[in-house]
Design a protein around this ligand. Structure first.
Ligand code: CP
Length: 331
């Protein structure tokens, strides 16, 4: 029996996708399959000996065209814990700086016969462009404002471990919804699993027609927090803003910052989440970001999100390479 209580189609039919470019296009049972697969890696990662060599002999390339701490390191750790050879390409020190195009970079990585390529890029759609040019599975580690699917999955894994499930769970996502690929992947993932998702942002940072994604929009944070069982805060994506979207950081904090006083408007055991990196004192106060739970009720699960990130990425690398590894039922 799996943790989600689901039984899955046999072999590759459980996850019939060649890569992971987004949550869009995944069926709810495929998302649950990946979450259930990750549970074994959560357990392994809590052991002193964190090693399973099922990807021995494979080469994984992490090609990051944007900065990252959590995603890059957790993909690297995930690949190494599964026994793969992992190499990182940072755009800032690569031939991209000499003018090499994205397509030429993709074809170069492909010629090195990688077995999986993990890509972060500042342009929405760039990861799909590369996926169309290479022979191996491609995993999206965040592309522009489009998607960050492994973040959505690791957040779902974190929520499930604290709350048990998703059906009817009231989740409020607050911050720069407009520019956030994390918001997009979380909305797709959580609504697909049956959660009741609200989003909150100033009008300038709320996408038009967001209701079409199956969420309830708010501009008043206090109203959005009422009854919330999970509060997910997002960073202002200053690197994706041209011009002014907020009057000032001070006013933004006043209206949209998560303080202890504001958190009291949510349910008493509401989880606090943030994908990181955080701007402490802007979208979240330190005493909320570091809030401890009591008597088995976690409150801030920001470090747990990071922990779940390694396990989730191990699951994605394992599942997506099964076909090429000729795993029984997947070849
Ligand atoms: N959450 C996230 O994607 O963090 P990094 O930018 O540090 O990878």
């Amino acid at each position: 029996m799996t943790l989600s209580g689901h039984t899955y189609p046999e072999g590759a039919a459980a996850f019939p996708h060649r890569g992971l470019l987004g949550i869009a296009g995944l069926a709810p049972h495929e998302i649950l399959f990946l979450l259930d697969e990750a549970e074994q890696w959560v357990a392994l990662n809590r052991q002193p000996h964190k090693r399973d060599d099922r990807l021995a002999g494979l080469t994984i390339i992490n090609a990051f065209f944007e900065n990252s701490t959590r995603t890059l390191l957790s993909f690297e750790i995930a690949g190494k814990r599964l026994g793969a050879d992992v190499v990182n390409m940072h755009a800032a020190t690569s031939s991209v700086k000499k003018g090499e195009t994205l397509i030429d970079t993709a074809m170069t990585l492909n010629a090195m016969r990688a077995d999986a390529i993990v890509i972060r890029h500042g342009s929405s759609g760039a990861v799909r462009l590369i996926a169309d040019k290479v022979d191996c599975p491609v995993l999206n580690a965040g592309d522009g404002q489009h998607e960050h699917p492994t973040q959505g999955l690791l957040d779902a894994l974190t929520i499930r471990s604290a709350k048990g499930g998703f059906l009817g769970l009231k989740v409020t996502i607050c911050g720069d919804i407009l520019h956030s690929r994390v918001a997009r992947s979380n909305i797709l993932c959580l609504t697909s699993l049956g959660a009741d998702v609200s989003v909150c942002a100033p009008p300038s940072l709320m996408p038009a027609e967001i209701e079409a994604m199956g969420v309830t929009p708010f501009h008043d944070f206090d109203a959005a927090l009422k009854g919330a069982e999970v509060v997910m805060m997002l960073r202002l994506q200053n690197e994706r803003m041209e011009g002014r979207y907020i009057a000032s950081p001070r006013e933004y904090r006043h209206l949209y910052g998560l303080t202890l006083e504001r958190l009291a408007k949510a349910t008493p055991d509401a989880l606090v989440m943030h994908p990181g990196p955080m701007n402490r004192g802007i979208e979240i106060d330190s005493n909320v970001a570091d809030l401890l739970g009591g008597q088995g009720h976690p409150r801030s699960v920001i470090t747990q999100q990071v922990e779940m990130g390694v396990a989730m990425r191990m699951a994605c690398l394992d599942v997506l390479t099964r076909r090429d590894r000729r795993v029984e039922g997947w070849a």
